[in-house]
Design a protein around this ligand. Structure first.
Ligand code: 5RP
Length: 245
């Protein structure tokens, strides 16, 4: 399956690691601080030499001139539920693998919820998209999120999410970091590469990235810690240093 191999090589560098910057928050949270001017943020992230960005279809379409080259594009194709939705885990397909390919995407991102009323639907979507990704040779990144915030970093829920993503055919899984004592167990849940999501802006995000990489994560997929940093380019450079060196 050469398509998946070639596109995966654009996402991960020769050392098998990746620095992904998630810039897809606008679909759920609107024009929050750091992504209001998405063009400038994209340029800064590219300058900092991130390996890939997660974007929604409209943003890819409007900013194609900045993308590509050494910056891989991962297109989120699920969503349709904002911060004001009474049921935030009812994600639906908002695009398709075929359309993501036409936009120039190197991979697609799908949300998988664990433990809530939207679980069945999101996991069905994940499985169906995995099938399409295999047909079209596109890497699938599953973002596995426990439905309850109480379980966001609970190793039981995260391990289950990683395993479910693998069983349904995902190539890469993105989850929250569970902490030093449990993350090695999470890593053993499946053989696919795990990248960690960042969460709200914190002061110790670079240390967390370092710790997770040492314990076996294959990279980071940070959003707010990057685009809400005082200097976005400088923060990306620091992340690149932690992950790749
Ligand atoms: C946006 C997302 C993000 O891709 C994910 O949560 C990573 O971003 P952050 O580091 O800000 O948590 O799903 O809604």
């Amino acid at each position: 399956m050469s398509g998946k191999v070639i596109r995966t090589n654009r996402i991960f560098k020769a050392d098998g690691k990746t620095v992904i910057v998630a810039l897809d928050h606008g679909q759920f949270q609107g024009p929050i601080e750091g992504i209001t001017d998405i063009q400038t943020t994209l340029k800064n992230v590219k300058e900092g030499q991130a390996d890939a960005v997660i974007l929604n279809p409209g943003v890819i379409q409007d900013n194609a001139y900045i993308l590509g080259g050494n910056l891989a594009v991962l297109c989120r194709i699920t969503g349709a539920s904002t911060n004001y939705s009474p049921s935030f885990d009812y994600h639906r397909l908002i695009s398709s693998v075929k359309y993501a390919i036409s936009l120039g995407a190197d991979g697609v991102v799908v949300m998988g919820f664990i433990g809530g009323p939207g679980e069945n639907q999101s996991l069905e979507i994940l499985g169906r998209v995995a099938e399409e990704c295999s047909i079209f040779g596109v890497p699938l990144i599953a973002e596995m999120l426990p439905q309850s915030p109480d379980h966001f970093t609970d190793p039981k829920f995260i391990s289950l999410g990683v395993r479910v993503a693998y069983e349904l055919g995902a190539d890469i899984v993105k989850v929250y970091y569970t902490g030093k004592d449990s993350f090695s167990q999470v890593i053993k849940s499946a053989k696919i590469p795990i990248v960690i999501a960042g969460g709200p802006k914190g002061t110790d995000s670079l240390e967390i990235a370092k710790e997770a990489i040492e314990l076996g994560a294959k990279g980071v997929a940070f959003g707010r810690n990057v685009f809400q940093a005082e200097d976005q380019t400088d923060y990306v450079r620091k992340l690149v240093e932690v992950v790749h060196n």
